[in-house]
Design a protein around this ligand. Structure first.
Ligand SMILES: [Zn+2]
Ligand SMILES: [Zn+2]
Length: 159
């Protein structure tokens, strides 16, 4: 077991840590899933990000904008927690991750009919106040801290 996972298990007994094919926090199962950890401190960054979500008790969000806010908060927390384990998270990496959310948010909120910037009226619905069209989007997206560019939003509800 990776040294940091060993320590996290001791420091956060209320959370489960499970090695998976990706990094995400499951509030339903109180479980932090993490990908392959290597000797590179970099591989720990998304892990600390998920610990950040877990630590802040992130559960659900009602809008895309709120999701972006949760992502920013999770990174702020991740930086603090990581420093306690002697890991420094690169700020450029954080900005890259948040940019993928900003790009995604921009794509979802742009009206497909008139390209006006529009308002989210429900978790899965946007409305354009310029041309009065309404369109549906997938309910949420999965946090993808381990990838720079995400082409299509995922339907999974985990953070
Ligand atoms: Zn429009
Ligand atoms: Zn996240």
């Amino acid at each position: 077991m990776h040294k940091v996972i060993k320590l996290l298990t001791i420091d956060y007994p209320k959370f489960n840590f499970i090695e998976s094919d990706s990094y995400y926090w499951s509030p339903q199962k109180n479980t932090i899933h993490y990908g392959r950890l290597t000797k590179e401190p970099k591989s720990l960054w998304p892990l600390f990000h998920e610990v950040g979500h877990a630590n802040l008790g992130h559960r659900r969000f009602n809008s895309d904008f709120e999701l972006l806010t949760l992502e920013m908060d999770a990174w702020d927390k991740a930086k603090i927690i990581a420093s306690l384990y002697g890991v420094k998270i690169d700020d450029d990496h954080i900005q890259d991750c948040l940019d993928t959310y900003r790009d995604w948010l921009y794509r979802r909120s742009t009206c497909p009919f008139c390209t006006n910037s529009s308002l989210q009226t429900k978790i899965d619905t946007y409305s354009c106040f310029n041309c009065n069209n309404t369109w549906h989007v997938s309910a949420s997206r999965k946090c993808r801290t381990y990838r720079k560019k995400s082409k299509s939003p995922s339907l999974k509800s985990s953070l």
